[in-house]
Ligand binder design. Structure first.
Ligand SMILES: [Ca+2]
Length: 212
């Protein structure tokens, strides 16, 4: 099991102007960057919370949680985390899997909706067996269901706010698998504004130094 807190994110190279804090465009750019972590899609491990399921063993139907207080996610339903072997896992030998025969696994964001969710999915040896549906905090389906075919691992990227995800295994054969699961919660408004103010102040300082 592996949990990692805030990690370094991709950097945006902002164009510098001679008067960075004097234009509306600069303020807009600052807010976009401050609010932007959820928009900067990268690898699942780059999100605020990341789980590779290594050394995490649970039984079918026994829920477990990942993430720190305030950004927890609960994995539940007819699913488990287990050692499935290197052939079935995307990383290491452990993955989260949904039992066969019309079973549904759920991933619920307990404290705050997720602004972005990234993970790898594989339908194992079951063609046409895996459907992923993401719902907003009110239970409304976000976009169209995602169908995963065959054993190849596919990177999934879902932008929210996401309240919960349902993973359905509609076949009677193999399990279906998810591995390297990462997400970032929707930032609190106050925190985002503070980030924006700090960024604008940094831009202003850069402009002052350049003029000096
Ligand atoms: Ca793994």
């Amino acid at each position: 099991m592996k949990f990692e807190g805030s990690r370094g994110r991709s950097q945006i190279a902002a164009r510098r102007s001679r008067r960075p804090c004097s234009s509306l465009a600069t303020w807009v750019l600052g807010l976009v960057i401050a609010l932007g972590p959820t928009m900067l899609l990268a690898a699942p491990a780059d999100q605020d919370v990341f789980e590779d399921f290594e050394m995490l063993s649970t039984a079918y139907g026994v829920p477990f949680q990942i993430g720190p207080s305030g950004s927890r996610a609960e994995f539940g339903g007819n699913a488990r985390s287990s050692d499935v072997g290197a052939f079935r896992a995307f990383s290491g030998t452990y993955a989260w899997s949904v039992q066969n025969a019309a079973a549904v696994g759920t991933i619920t964001f307990l404290d705050a909706p997720a602004s972005v969710v990234e993970f790898y999915a594989s339908a194992g040896s079951n063609p046409f067996a895996m459907t992923i549906e993401a719902f907003d905090p009110d239970g409304i389906l976000i976009g169209s269901p995602i169908d995963v075919f065959g054993s190849a691992w596919e990177l999934q990227e879902i932008t929210g706010p996401v309240g919960h995800i349902e993973v359905t295994n509609s076949a009677a054969g193999d399990e279906v698998y998810i591995d390297d699961f990462g997400y970032s919660p929707v930032p609190e408004p106050g925190h985002a504004l503070l980030q924006g103010a700090a960024l604008v102040a940094a831009l202003a300082l850069t402009g002052w130094r350049r003029r000096g």
